[in-house]
Design a protein around this ligand. Structure first.
Ligand SMILES: Nc1nc2c(ncn2[C@@H]2O[C@H](COP(=O)(O)OP(=O)(O)OP(=O)(O)O)[C@@H](O)[C@H]2O)c(=O)[nH]1
Length: 387
């Protein structure tokens, strides 16, 4: 991690309770999926589906309102124990081997403790965020905690209501703030364009095009009742697998009632490098093979715009960046992958110097997603790095 002081946005103060005998550097990590999406999009429907399907994982589900007072309890009950009248801390064994439990208001330490104490162990943790949550700080906290904790962030799955998402994306906020729906799309690794049964093929095409405009790095699925292929929801390794950036799979359509082809080839997602949607924009900056000095300069540039919100030379304010990703090649054969959530970023060297599939020489790039991200970011980066 490049952050000197990892953020403590959640209460991790009880993490010492595990005792000094635990070896913090040598314990298997349990993958965690963050599930986000606007109100009524189909997040609970997705969890319900996952918990009933055969996937071989024992899953712990956490309903987390992270300080929000939205009524979560009623939802938790459907998933945990329909007969119970209160949020339960019991583990419910489901027919598919899932260990379902649901908690609310949990910090990272509490989730780790729950996982450690689950009878027979837990293989996967799913945390459902409320429909109005900004996932950015939460993603950042889980990611920052990863090195020392028991959990490893697998990825962020976002469900959208295809019938209403364009309206939700366009909702104005005071002071021209980025709205929650935009933040959820910007932060996601996989998106389910759900409620396919409620839109026409043309509407779906427009939805996909808009969504890809906000976040061109997403893997997209068209779904009814949130039924995406399970293999595309688990093991995303979005924050740990360097190839995750470039593994763009074709869009898949999982509507049983609708045979229209919604493959991404049919959708007019942008081929140009900069796009704008309601305040959120994306820029893709192609990078040549860098020498060591240029790589250091790139690192300095990232520190300046992500940590200090300023361009390194002019000291002018830089745009607010929600997500950054990148692939960097050095002239000595080394390759790096950039992952960033808000001001937290990491440049990870790829093991070995062999060519990775689909990543030939000169394929380097950096993608920034944020508020009013524009050409000036590209110009400033090129000038500072000297490319
Ligand atoms: N027609 C249609 N309805 C759906 C689909 N998926 C989910 N729903 C319905 O949409 C409603 C909301 O679904 P939920 O899964 O509760 O949505 P959520 O995202 O958990 O909602 P919040 O908890 O409010 O954030 C429910 O009535 C679902 O049955 C779909 O593909 N098509």
């Amino acid at each position: 991690m490049q952050d000197e002081e990892p953020p403590q946005l959640l209460d991790v103060s009880s993490s010492d309770e595990a005792g000094p005998s635990r070896d913090v550097y040598d314990r298997p990590k349990i993958p965690l999926t963050l599930l986000t999406g606007y109100l009524g999009a189909g997040k609970s429907t997705l969890l319900d589906y996952i918990l009933k399907e055969e996937h071989g994982y024992k899953i712990a589900v956490c309903m987390n309102d992270f300080g929000d007072t939205t009524d979560i309890e009623a939802k938790s009950l459907t998933l945990s124990d329909p007969s119970s009248q209160s949020t339960t801390t019991e583990f419910l064994s489901l027919p598919n081997g899932c260990l379902c439990c649901s908690f609310k208001d949990m910090g990272i330490a509490a989730i780790e403790e729950m996982v450690a104490n689950a009878p027979g162990g837990i293989d996967w943790v799913m945390v459902e965020l409320t429909g109005v949550a900004d996932p950015g700080p939460i993603v950042r906290s889980f990611w920052a905690n990863e090195e020392m904790g028991d959990l490893i962030l697998d990825g962020v799955v976002c469900v959208v209501d295809s019938r209403n998402v364009l309206k939700q994306l366009a909702e104005q906020r005071e002071g021209d703030e980025i709205n929650e729906c935009q933040k959820q799309v910007a932060c996601a690794d996989v998106i389910l364009l759900n409620k396919l049964d409620l839109v026409t093929p043309e509407q779906m095409k427009e939805v996909e095009s808009t969504i890809r405009t906000i976040n061109p790095t997403l893997r997209v699925h068209h779904t009814t009742q949130s039924k995406a292929p399970l293999s595309d929801l688990f093991n995303l390794r979005a924050f740990s697998d360097p190839t995750a950036l470039t593994s763009t799979r074709p869009t898949t359509n999982h509507n049983q009632n609708n045979d229209h082809d919604h493959s991404s080839d049919n959708c007019s997602h942008p081929s140009h490098t900069q796009t704008h949607t309601n305040g959120i924009s994306t820029i893709l900056i192609p990078l040549p093979v860098l020498n060591q000095k240029q790589y250091f300069k790139l690192n300095e540039f990232l520190e300046s715009i992500l940590w200090d919100n300023k361009y390194p030379i002019s000291k002018k304010p830089s745009p607010e960046i929600l997500r950054s990703k990148g692939y960097i090649q050095l002239d000595d054969g080394r390759e790096y992958v950039l992952q960033g959530v808000a001001d937290l970023f990491e440049l990870k060297e790829l093991p070995g110097s062999e060519q990775k599939e689909g990543q030939g020489q000169g394929q380097g790039k950096v993608v920034f997603i944020g508020k009013n991200v524009g050409e000036e970011v590209k110009v400033a980066l090129r000038e500072f790095v000297g490319i």
